[in-house]
Design a protein around this ligand. Structure first.
Ligand code: MN
Length: 493
C-alpha cells in the first residue's frame, strides 16, 4: 500500500492521488461558487448523507472559478475511505489502528521562520482600503438557501489565553462582510472555551484559519475529548501520523500561529461581546448543509472573527467540502474509531477486533464493534465494550455489536447479523436521557418524551452477537478453498 509520493501538503496529496485510477479529476469548465460547484460534486463524489442520487467518486478540482481568476477550488479530497487510506499509506481497514498509534506517538508542532513558510508567499492586509474577503476568496455557497459563502475545511487554531496551550478544530465559518466571518460553535468546544476566557478578560482572541493542508492534519484535527482533552494540541497527532512535526509560522498581522504549508491562511481575532445573526445577509433561516444530511438552522449571536490579513501560496488552491458528504464520515469517524479502539484495548485487551464508524452514521453517531468471544467468560463483555465506546466518544448514539465472522465494513453483512443473530426484545439496550449532539434533529423533546432538552438522546446498543453457548448453531456455510485464477486468469478475490 505504500506510495512513492510522500505527502507533506495539499499539493503532494494531489500528486499522490494521481498515481491511482479514478481518485482525482480536474475540470476547466467555468463554475459558479454560488451553489453550482456543490451541485456538481453532489453527483460526482459526495456520498455520505447527501440526498440521493449521489455516489462515491474522485476528488474534483475546478480550474476555472467564475469571478476568481487567481484561485482553483478542490472539493472531496477525503470523501472516500479508500482515498484516505491511500493518502495515509495503509489499508482502509487499518485506519482506526493507524490513528490510535498516532495518538500514542504524537509529536508536537514546531515553529519555522516567516520566509520559509509557503503560506505567506502572497500577503493581503485588511488595513488596505480595497481589502474585501468576498472578492478575494472563492468560498462556496453550498445550496441556494444557505446563509452565505462558507469555509468548510479551515483548520482553526488558537491558544488558551491563560495557559498558552493550543487547539485546532474545523468549524463552520460564514463570510459576513468584507472583513468579518461568523464562527459557529457547538457548546463546549475547546476553541469556544478559549474565546470565552478572552472575552471575560475583555480581550479579543487571536486566531488563524489554515485552508488546504496535509490531510493528516485535517483528520487529526477532528479528535475530541477524552482522547484529546482541553489543552491538547491535536496538531501533535498529525505529527505522529507522519513521523514529523507539523510546521507552524507566526501570523503577519495577529499574535497567532498558522500552518506553514497551507494554501491559504486567514488571520483574525474573535471579537469579545459581539455576535451576528448567521443569515443576516440572506434571511433564509438556514446555515449550510450539515453532516447529518439536513441544512442547519441559522443561529443568532454567533461569534465573529474580525479578519486582519489573508495570506496564500502562489497559484493557490481553496479546499472545500460538502458538510453532508462522506468527507465528514472520514474526518470524524476515523478518529472516533481510534478513540474507541484506544479505550477498549486498555480495558478489554484483545476482545474488540476492529471498529467501523460507517457512512450513514455520519462518523459521529454510529459505530460497529467487531468482537471475538474467546470463552464463556467473554459473554457479556460485548456490552461492556459498547459502554466503553460511549465513554470514548460522547456524541455516539448507536452501537452495533457483531462477531468475528461478520465483515464490519460491509453494512449488508452487519444487517445480516442483525437479521439472524438479534432479537429485539432481549438484544436492544437503551440508555435514555444522555447528552449527545444538537445537529441530529431527532434529539429533541418534540420527538420523544424521554428527551428533556435539544441535543439529548437515547443511546442504544444493538447486540447482534451470538450468545457464546449457542455458537455451534451459527456457523456460516463453509465453501471449498479454490484458486479462481485457474478459471478466470488475473482474478483477485
Ligand atoms: Mn481539542
Amino acid at each position: 500500500m505504500s506510495h512513492t509520493v510522500p505527502v507533506t501538503d495539499l499539493r503532494s496529496a494531489i500528486e499522490c492521488l494521481k498515481q491511482y485510477e479514478g481518485e482525482y479529476l480536474e475540470t476547466n469548465e467555468p463554475v459558479n461558487p454560488e451553489a453550482e460547484l456543490s451541485g456538481v460534486y453532489r453527483y460526482v463524489g459526495a456520498g455520505g448523507t447527501v440526498a440521493r442520487p449521489t455516489r462515491t467518486g474522485p476528488a474534483l478540482m475546478f480550474n476555472a472559478v467564475k469571478g476568481y481568476p487567481d484561485f482553483r477550488v478542490l472539493i472531496g479530497l477525503l470523501s472516500s475511505r479508500q482515498r484516505v487510506a491511500r493518502l495515509l499509506g495503509v489499508a482502509k481497514e487499518e485506519l482506526g489502528f493507524l490513528l490510535k498509534q498516532s495518538v500514542d506517538k504524537a509529536i508536537a508542532p514546531v515553529l519555522v521562520t516567516n520566509d520559509s513558510a509557503p503560506c505567506q508567499e502572497v500577503i493581503h492586509l485588511a488595513s488596505s482600503p480595497d481589502f474585501d474577503l468576498r472578492k478575494l476568496l472563492p468560498a462556496p455557497t453550498n445550496t441556494p438557501e444557505d446563509a452565505g459563502p462558507y469555509f468548510t475545511m479551515g483548520m482553526a487554531y488558537a491558544a488558551d489565553p491563560e495557559t498558552g496551550e493550543h487547539d485546532v478544530t474545523i468549524h463552520r465559518l460564514c463570510v459576513q462582510g468584507k472583513d468579518e466571518i461568523s464562527m459557529y460553535f457547538v457548546p463546549g468546544r475547546h476553541l469556544d472555551q478559549f474565546r470565552i476566557k478572552a472575552e471575560q478578560a475583555g480581550k479579543p482572541l487571536p486566531i488563524t484559519i489554515s485552508i488546504g493542508v496535509d490531510p493528516a492534519i485535517e483528520i487529526g484535527a477532528c479528535f475530541e475529548p477524552p482522547t484529546t482533552p482541553l489543552g491538547y494540541d491535536e496538531l501533535a497527532i498529525a505529527g505522529g501520523l507522519r513521523g514529523k512535526a507539523v510546521e507552524l509560522v507566526n501570523g503577519v498581522a495577529v499574535d497567532a500561529r498558522a500552518i506553514a504549508h497551507a494554501e491559504v491562511v486567514i488571520e483574525g481575532e474573535l471579537v469579545p461581546n459581539y455576535g451576528v445573526q448567521e443569515d443576516q445577509n440572506t434571511g433564509t433561516g438556514k446555515a449550510m448543509p450539515e453532516f447529518p444530511g439536513y441544512t442547519g438552522e441559522a443561529k443568532s449571536n454567533v461569534p465573529v472573527i474580525k479578519v486582519k490579513a489573508v495570506t496564500h501560496r502562489r497559484e493557490p488552491i481553496l479546499q472545500t467540502c460538502i458538510g453532508a458528504s462522506d468527507e465528514h464520515t472520514n474526518l470524524a469517524g476515523i478518529p472516533t474509531e481510534a478513540s474507541i479502539l484506544g479505550m477498549t484495548e486498555r480495558a478489554l485487551p484483545g476482545f474488540v477486533l476492529n471498529v467501523h464508524c460507517p457512512s450513514p452514521g455520519t462518523g459521529k453517531y454510529v459505530a460497529v464493534l467487531q468482537v471475538k468471544k474467546r470463552s464463556a467468560n467473554d459473554e457479556g463483555r460485548q456490552r461492556q465494550a459498547a459502554l466503553l465506546a460511549f465513554a470514548a466518544f460522547s456524541e455516539l448514539k448507536h452501537v452495533f455489536l457483531v462477531d468475528e465472522d461478520v465483515d464490519l465494513f460491509d453494512l449488508s453483512d452487519v444487517m445480516w447479523a442483525m437479521t439472524t443473530r438479534y432479537q429485539g426484545d432481549v438484544d436492544t439496550i437503551f440508555v435514555p436521557g444522555v447528552r449527545c449532539h444538537p445537529l441530529d434533529p431527532s434529539q429533541d423533546p418534540a420527538f420523544s418524551p424521554s428527551i428533556r432538552d435539544h441535543g439529548i438522546s437515547c443511546k442504544t446498543i444493538y447486540d447482534c452477537t451470538v450468545p457464546y453457548k449457542l455458537k455451534h448453531n451459527f456457523e456460516r456455510s463453509k465453501f471449498m478453498e479454490v484458486d479462481v485464477s485457474r478459471f478466470i486468469p488475473g482474478f483477485k478475490p
